[in-house]
Write a protein that binds this ligand. Structure first.
Ligand SMILES: [Zn+2]
Length: 119
């Protein structure tokens, strides 16, 4: 994964990071005061070479309260590029908390259905 790149949809510069869950995420190329991620340098196990640690920039999601605190201490915040990608259809901004609850509800319904079909 290259350190800097361009969005394949809107050609805006982006930067790649890894989430704490180990997923790859595209962030804006420059910090954003409205950002919801902070970047932390972490040593993580290499995916291909066993017992080898590599330094990776890990995107850690921060709460709004923590975001204020971090910025007071001079930390930079980053926005997920998908939140600002101009190639995507303009849509209403849905706060992350709402998306998370939606996903939890979707999962709950799915679990219930799975349990039902198992009987
Ligand atoms: Zn884009």
């Amino acid at each position: 994964m290259p350190k800097s790149a361009y969005c394949k949809d809107c050609r805006e510069p982006i930067r790649w990071a890894t989430t704490q869950a180990g997923k790859v995420i595209a962030l804006g190329a420059s910090p954003d005061p409205k950002g919801t991620y902070t970047l932390v340098k972490r040593l993580v196990l290499d995916e291909r070479e066993p017992f080898i640690y590599r330094e990776r920039m890990v995107a850690v999601a921060v709460s709004q309260k923590d975001a204020v605190e971090l910025q007071v201490h001079g930390e930079l915040l980053w926005l997920a590029h998908t939140a600002v990608c101009t190639a995507r259809r303009p849509r209403q901004h849905v706060p992350e908390g709402v998306l998370r609850r939606l996903e939890q509800r979707r999962q709950a319904v799915k679990d219930r259905n799975d349990r039902r079909t198992r009987r």
